[in-house]
Design a protein around this ligand. Structure first.
Ligand SMILES: C[S@@+](CC[C@H](N)C(=O)[O-])C[C@H]1O[C@@H](n2cnc3c(N)ncnc32)[C@H](O)[C@@H]1O
Length: 246
């Protein structure tokens, strides 16, 4: 089935780019630091980034000492921005769906992905392809929209709570009803895929990965001081992170 390519929608892309310029976005304050904590030392590693977007993480990985990074993304808009903003010859960008990584003719020490895999319909097949593109002992480290946050079927996720005695209670429904979710995020009709936690974990284990660490996003007091809204991370995590080894 052909996948939606929402980042090549002009209105969506412009809104998304302005979100990413916000220093207090959940990406900047929560997801990126927590993902990089899990990534750790990358000295001399060859890295493949699935859904690299504008390549922000790839530049950082090279600054951290990686040997080379290949960033792939479905979106022409994203890859054009990535190329414009890069001056390192250690980074290569390609417009390519991550479902096609079995066509790459090289293997990597590390595969990373930041908030891109929940756009993919066939998670199990992707896990197998990632396993195959890794060198022995290589790692797969990624962040993913938390299933607690993605399960409820609503066309606008900002309505995902009820107020009782002035406290927000988040709606959790359809948790075990896996599959496509279509909702409004900047524009109507954005498609992602919800899976429950055991599917996410067993998809990795079943293809042979050893799960080394998993964590769920949280907000420290420092983060909450910068952006009080993120206190709701104590009620439900926005993201989940996995680190596994071949
Ligand atoms: C939320 S953005 C994250 C971008 C980047 N990883 C970051 O954190 O800055 C998700 C990205 O995944 C890309 N994407 C979605 N489906 C993809 C696919 N099948 N193959 C490659 N990239 C994909 C989108 O085009 C978009 O750039």
């Amino acid at each position: 089935m052909k996948q939606q390519n929402i980042y090549d929608n002009k209105e969506f892309f412009e809104e998304y780019q302005s979100l990413r310029k916000n220093a207090f976005s959940a990406n900047e304050l929560i997801e990126i630091p927590q993902l990089f904590e899990l990534i750790g030392d990358v000295t001399n590693l060859s890295i493949l980034d699935l859904g690299c977007g504008t390549g922000k993480h790839d530049k950082k990985l090279i600054e951290m000492g990686a040997k080379k990074v290949v960033g792939i993304d479905l979106s022409n808009n994203m890859i054009n921005e990535a190329i414009k903003s890069t001056n390192s010859d250690k980074i290569e960008y390609k417009v390519m769906p991550m479902q096609n990584i079995d066509e790459l003719d090289e293997k990597f020490d590390l595969v990373v992905s930041s908030l891109a895999i929940h756009y993919i319909e066939d998670y199990d097949s992707l896990c197998k392809k990632v396993y195959n593109v890794l060198l022995d002992g290589g790692r797969f480290i990624f962040s993913y929209g938390h299933p607690m946050d993605s399960c409820t079927i609503l066309d606008n996720y900002s309505n995902n709570y009820v107020l009782i005695n002035n406290k927000k209670y988040f709606l959790i429904s359809d948790y075990n009803n896996e599959g496509k979710r279509v909702s409004r995020w900047f524009v109507d009709g954005v498609e992602t895929y919800h899976r429950n936690m055991s599917h996410l974990v067993n998809g990795l284990i079943d293809v042979g990965f050893k799960l080394e660490h998993m964590k769920e996003s949280y907000a420290t007091d420092e983060i909450i001081k910068l952006k009080p809204k993120y206190a709701e991370q104590q009620d439900h995590s926005y993201y989940v992170y996995f680190k596994c080894k071949k």
